[in-house]
Design a protein around this ligand. Structure first.
Ligand SMILES: NC(=O)c1ccc[n+]([C@@H]2O[C@H](COP(=O)([O-])OP(=O)(O)OC[C@H]3O[C@@H](n4cnc5c(N)ncnc54)[C@H](OP(=O)(O)O)[C@@H]3O)[C@@H](O)[C@H]2O)c1
Length: 240
């Protein structure tokens, strides 16, 4: 099976590379998703059976401050991939990586696949629009998830009052392997079985020196407070 992964140098991409050892993971230079020409060239040349689209602009603040770049990367970038797959015309299976942040997350609700999204910021909006674009292509699975790399907690502090059913990126990559084996279409939530705060997640990563912070101290774009997901379509995973 020929597998192409976009965003292979990112947090999830690094975990995906461990699971899909023979996958082709073009660099941004080799396949810039914002350029239709670059995407066509890479996709038509490699001729994948499966394309895992994990490249995105993910910084909430960066997306808010640079809306044009966020739209170009997350929405038009996905459109470029869909267009290239249509040209390829081999029924390649597309996985579009989406996020728990497409939901409003104003309460502890455990959103399922068929719940109505309500993005709180521009990043989440572009990811939701990317889902709509991906759905133009029939042989597609949209995966919503939420994760952190097990290796390090990137920030000096973590919220004690923002929650999710988090996994480590390695666990998500294993989940994506399960998906690739079965090739379901539609929306799937790859979620952990336990709801926890971001601070608890940071401790699990092993960052004992991470400070605590609350949403009251936070200044910036609106955030999804509770990113907890459930699933009606897939199994749950253990964070480990
Ligand atoms: N992190 C989370 O908690 C989370 C949760 C749910 C869903 N997701 C989704 O999962 C996916 C991966 O997230 P992540 O946390 O692994 O992100 P990440 O570490 O920031 O990696 C993003 C990757 O996208 C690449 N990229 C950005 N713009 C590009 C472009 N124009 N052309 C080609 N590649 C480009 C980056 O390339 P460079 O290395 O060249 O910068 C990087 O390799 C994203 O779709 C994200 O929305 C993330």
């Amino acid at each position: 099976m020929r597998i192409l992964i976009t965003g292979g140098a990112g947090a999830l991409g690094s975990s995906l590379k461990k699971v899909f050892k023979n996958a082709y993971c073009p660099t941004r230079k080799e396949m810039d998703v914002t350029s239709a020409r670059s995407v066509n060239k890479a996709v038509l040349k490699y001729n994948p059976d499966v394309l895992i689209h994990a490249a995105a602009l993910v910084g909430i603040r960066e997306c808010e401050e640079n809306k044009e770049k966020a739209w170009l990367t997350n929405v038009e970038g996905t459109q470029n991939i869909v267009n290239a797959l249509r040209k390829l015309n081999n029924n390649c299976y597309l996985i579009y990586m989406s996020t728990a942040c497409v939901f409003a997350g104003e309460q502890e609700k455990y959103y399922a696949e068929d719940d109505i999204p309500g993005p709180k910021n521009y990043y989440s909006l572009t990811k939701l629009c990317g889902e709509l674009v991906a759905r133009q292509y029939t042989n597609t699975c949209i995966i919503r998830t939420n994760f952190a790399p097990k290796s390090q907690w990137k920030y000096p502090k973590a919220f004690v009052d923002r929650y999710g059913t988090y996994l480590f990126s390695d666990n998500v990559a294993e989940g994506i392997l399960d998906v690739v084996k079965k090739k379901p279409r539609g929306i799937i939530h790859i979620v952990g079985s336990k709801r926890m705060s971001m601070y608890e997640l940071a401790l699990l990563v092993g960052s004992k020196n991470t400070g605590k912070m609350t949403l009251q101290e936070y200044q910036g774009p609106p955030l999804t407070v509770d990113m907890s997901l459930s699933t009606k379509e897939w199994k749950k995973y253990q964070i480990k």
